[in-house]
Design a protein around this ligand. Structure first.
Ligand code: SF4
Ligand code: SF4
Length: 225
């Protein structure tokens, strides 16, 4: 079965090619002041990183930064039980003061973005994982992600989908749900591409033209509310 092509040692090269931060500035400095000094995405009380099994084996072999996440509440237990334990594992790091950039998981490197596919299964760019919408400074700031980051993200996932084709199908379905969600909310569907942000059609998902609206002003960021 093709899924077996991904090996723990593949993460050495995968990580090496995907090391740039999303923005030119440290976005953690924007959000951490609203969460007792810890960026929201580095606080397992807000979001828990999930690793691929092979990735977890790789991380365990080269760092003591991570341990398996131990659920503390019924809802965390339900979250852990929901994933296929043969494929994925929730993990937790020792905290932001101990972060090792080279040993960040794929979920750390990608947050808050995920791959976007149109309705014909073309991998076109990045959209937002909206799990921390309202808290994450980067969500819906379409001009912040650098060209370098977007290029690394696309190269990473193109290679990753070769190694784990099932993930491609998962994101094709996820992109369809994303279009439905934005359509229901009557919000524009913006896709980050190497040529800048583009608006995409909620029906069919194709890019329809460059996104020209400015990003929200600094005053619109109110994660404490
Ligand atoms: S990605 Fe979002 S939540 Fe994480 S540090 Fe940056 S602004 Fe904060
Ligand atoms: S490894 Fe670093 S980036 Fe990832 S959750 Fe921990 S502190 Fe945040």
């Amino acid at each position: 079965m093709s899924e077996a092509k991904l090996r723990p040692e593949d993460f050495d090269a995968l990580y090496a090619g995907f090391a740039s931060p999303p923005a030119r500035f440290d976005c953690g400095k924007k959000c951490a002041p609203f969460n007792e000094g810890v960026p929201f995405c580095c606080d397992s009380g807000w979001v828990v990183p999930v690793a691929y099994r092979e990735e977890w084996k790789f991380l365990e072999s080269r760092t003591r930064l991570w341990h398996e996440f131990r659920p503390r509440t019924p809802s965390e237990l339900a979250m852990v039980e929901e994933v296929d334990a043969e494929q994925s594992v929730f993990i937790e790091c020792r905290g932001v003061a101990h972060c090792e950039r080279e040993n960040r998981s794929v979920s750390c490197r990608t947050f808050p973005y995920e791959p976007y596919f149109d309705g014909e299964a073309n991998f076109l760019g990045l959209v937002y994982n909206r799990v921390l919408e309202g808290k994450c400074y980067l969500v819906d700031r379409h001009r912040v992600a650098t060209k370098k980051f977007i290029g690394e993200f696309l190269r990473f996932f193109n290679r990753f989908f070769e190694l784990l084709p099932g993930e491609r199908e998962l994101y094709i379905a996820q992109s369809r749900r994303y279009r439905q969600k934005m359509s229901r909310r009557k919000r524009p569907l913006v896709v980050l591409t190497p040529d800048g942000p583009y608006e995409a059609a909620c029906r069919g998902g194709k890019l329809i033209g460059p996104w020209r609206e400015p990003d929200p002003p600094e005053s619109a960021y109110r994660p404490g509310e």
